[in-house]
Design a protein around this ligand. Structure first.
Ligand code: HEC
Ligand code: HEC
Ligand code: HEC
Length: 436
């Protein structure tokens, strides 16, 4: 009995020591991945370009707030997380951050005081940034951004998520080697695209599935789950690699156009992706958007042995809509009355203005939330340098009941070449409440 108690005691002591070490051993801060000359100066304009590519402004600016002054609320499964003030203000911003502090925030997800940041800040992607780009960003934030005094709301998550040191274990598992590893068999354009997708653009934050510990599946194309579709705020971020996905069925020019202007001959970007285009991708050079499109095309996971993607047989939707018999069910009837004038009876819309609904990833998405949201609340395409005209589709929330929206959405998900599960009116009610 005595030995038993002694063993228990020893185990408890060991456990406490391990826990204390876990909490108090100083955090690791990664140094530069390449040594640059001491007098290295980033090229003019480089900092702003990397900031756009990384979309820092979108998250770190509150609605109606000053740029980079923080305070935007990000809804996470753990609770609300507020972004911080990253203007060079000395009291409330990052004015006292050294280059090493700044790099540690982007590479290791730790702030100046060594506290772990929540991965709502996508440091698992920014960890791939080159030292040149880190220097350009630092220079931009310290010299070009206006300091703004703005104390933002403190993030207060419920136990155990308020224990920031717990993120250490997460980081051990989730973070790979710092710096970008170019693919040996990829050319310069492929690797530029890979860098922009995996690093700055943090596309996988939305487009990759997450495991039960909320970690992105895969950090590059070698993992088949990488960019195979994810979720953001209940909306589906589609698969970018499968044989039926946009980047695999569109030409690289068309994908690049989608990234630069939120529209192409087939589809339009709505919701979160519209914001990514509006705030980030429209500022990329044509070469860079082509590099992204080429990278996405090259990593397609479909068409095994180079076979063309299997084309699903179309059903007789178009004929049913054209004949418009009196006994036509509710879904198609609502489509003719409300939608066909723009999106057409063949579901092909009109290139670059009215998106195709046949084969559209938003229509057939795993979660029908995006489709229901567009029907109820409408959608707007941003004005971009290449396509200045804003285009809007109105919402139908004042005209269609939950049952009608469900019938219409179900019709779209089963019409033409589409094959996605039906929508129920219980799916519609929650989306009606939240205006996106
Ligand atoms: C997807 C949203 C998102 C994007 C994009 C983003 N951040 Fe953040 N960032 C956050 C959140 C959220 C926090 C606070 C996390 C916390 O409280 O743990 C944060 C924290 C930080 C911090 C720590 C600040 C402090 O006050 O201690 C720095 C520095 C930072 N971000 C810089 C950047 C830079 C530079 C970029 C662009 C390269 C960027 N962020 C892009 C969400 C984002
Ligand atoms: C904040 C989340 C988020 C980020 C970050 C994001 N996306 Fe998206 N993306 C989405 C959502 C949601 C959609 C669906 C929008 C729609 O169908 O209208 C989408 C749609 C797309 C599509 C169209 C696919 C199709 O089949 O219709 C492409 C291509 C795309 N994204 C590429 C990218 C690339 C490249 C990046 C990184 C540079 C990126 N996305 C970053 C959320 C995101
Ligand atoms: C007056 C013309 C017009 C009518 C009528 C119309 N739409 Fe649209 N629709 C548009 C335009 C323009 C867009 C592109 C806006 C955007 O995506 O931001 C769009 C976008 C969409 C999208 C998003 C596609 C994507 O790729 O993201 C869906 C889904 C959609 N419409 C369905 C419908 C349905 C269902 C109806 C009938 C209830 C309807 N539309 C009626 C013009 C119209």
């Amino acid at each position: 009995m005595k030995t038993f108690l002694r063993t228990i005691l020893a185990l408890v002591v060991l456990g406490v020591i391990a826990l204390v070490a876990f909490i108090f051993v100083p955090v690791q801060r990664t140094g530069p991945v390449t040594e640059l000359a001491a007098d290295y100066q980033p090229p003019k304009g480089a900092g702003e370009y990397v900031m756009r590519a990384s979309d820092c402004m979108a998250c770190h600016t509150a609605e109606g707030g000053k740029p980079f002054a923080g305070g935007r609320a990000i809804q996470s499964p753990m609770g609300t997380i507020y972004t911080t003030n990253i203007t060079p203000d000395k009291e409330t911003g990052i004015g006292t951050y050294t280059l090493a502090d700044f790099r540690a925030a982007l590479y290791d997800g730790v702030d100046k005081h060594g506290a772990h940041l929540y991965p709502a800040m996508p440091y698992d992607s920014y960890r791939k940034l080159s030292e040149e780009d880190i220097r350009a960003l630092y220079d931009y934030f310290m010299k070009d951004v206006q300091p703004i005094s703005n104390a933002v709301a403190e993030t207060k998550l419920a136990f155990p998520f308020n224990m920031r040191f717990g993120l250490r274990a997460w980081n051990w598992l989730a973070l790979g080697k710092a710096g970008f590893q170019p693919a040996a068999d990829g050319d310069a354009q492929f690797n530029r695209g890979a860098y922009l997708v995996q690093g700055t653009g943090h596309c996988a934050a939305c487009h990759s599935p997450r495991n039960p510990l909320m970690m992105q599946s895969g950090s590059n194309e070698k993992d088949q789950a990488f960019l195979s579709g994810g979720e953001i705020d209940g909306f589906s971020a589609p698969d970018l690699r499968g044989p039926q996905s946009g980047p695999q069925t569109w030409s690289t020019e068309q994908t690049a156009a989608y990234l630069a202007t939120a529209r192409n001959a087939h589809s339009t970007a709505t919701g979160e992706m519209m914001l990514v285009v509006r705030d980030s991708l429209q500022y990329m050079t044509h070469e860079d958007n082509m590099a992204i499109a080429t990278y996405l095309k090259t990593i397609g996971s479909g068409g095994h042995d180079g076979a063309a993607p299997a084309k699903v047989e179309a059903n007789d939707t178009e004929k049913m809509l054209t004949d418009a018999k009196a006994d036509m069910p509710l879904g198609p009837r609502l489509y003719i009355d409300n939608c066909a004038a723009c999106h057409a009876v063949n579901g092909k819309g009109a290139g670059e203005i009215f998106p195709e609904l046949d084969g559209n990833s938003l229509v057939t998405a795993k979660s029908p939330k995006g489709l229901i949201s567009v029907i109820l609340h409408g959608a707007e395409l941003p004005s971009t340098a290449d396509r200045p005209m804003k285009v809007r589709m109105q919402g139908y929330d004042d005209r269609l009941s939950d049952d009608e929206v469900a019938a219409l959405a179900t019709f779209l998900r089963e019409g033409w070449h589409n094959k996605a599960p039906a929508v129920s009116n219980a799916d519609v009610a929650p989306v009606r409440e939240e205006k996106h």
